[in-house]
Design a protein around this ligand. Sequence first.
Ligand code: ZN
Length: 270
Amino acid sequence: MCEINGPFNSLPGKHGSATYRQAPNPLNLHQVDSLDVTIVVDNAIDILLPSDERTKRPPLTWDWSEKRQLIAEHGYSVLLTVHRNGEARSILYDAGLSQETATHNLDILGIDLKHVEAMVLSHGHADHHGGLEGMLRRIGKKKLPFILHPDAWQDRKIVFPTGTEIHMPPPSRKLLEDEGVQILEERGPTLLLDGSVLVSGQVERVTGFERGFPLQQARRNGNWEPDPWIWDDQGIICNVKGRGLVVVSSCSHSGVVNVLRNAERITGVE
Ligand SMILES: [Zn+2]
């Protein structure tokens, strides 16, 4: 069971978890020996690219055209594995858009999720939580810590300049409860895996040129209202030996400069 430290700004008693305690201040993010980032779902894929010294890709084989292939879709999901003191531990960050893509790609890659110790949702958009049910079933653990910002529950829509509107429903609380996860709503940073991984929590906005997502609206008290800021946007931060901070950030609706500056601020590592 992973240890969860957090948050800085509140300690909601409703969670009632023995694994849950106030984060130390200053924040103590441990250095890890290395970090593996496995892309499970992304918008694009090129299966002809070869592996190199930093990147491992599935090998091309003679009978490749007869095999099931990795699928790209508008969405995001990564498996993060930290190595520290000879131990490897993993979390999942997001689950892609459609119900089947993430689990399909996991099958192609031959990855088992039974060792995953926590799951983090980057924000409430459907292209990040659509595949949750299949992923959680693969993990197959009751009380799996599932970390999200409380604004991720908002019902939203995107209104494009063409007038086209698309619904952005939040994740289903019922689905998560049915799967038996431990829902942890946090606005502040959360340490996972005994301090090896940091969930950023809400990102401080300090730049004047990163203005959120102006096309977005949220339904509040039955009315649609402008909702450009996406305060639920959060990333994953590791401090990797010899490299410094590694920040994994899905849509970066906060703005990528804000995301990186916030990571430096909350860790004290530049
Ligand atoms: Zn998004």
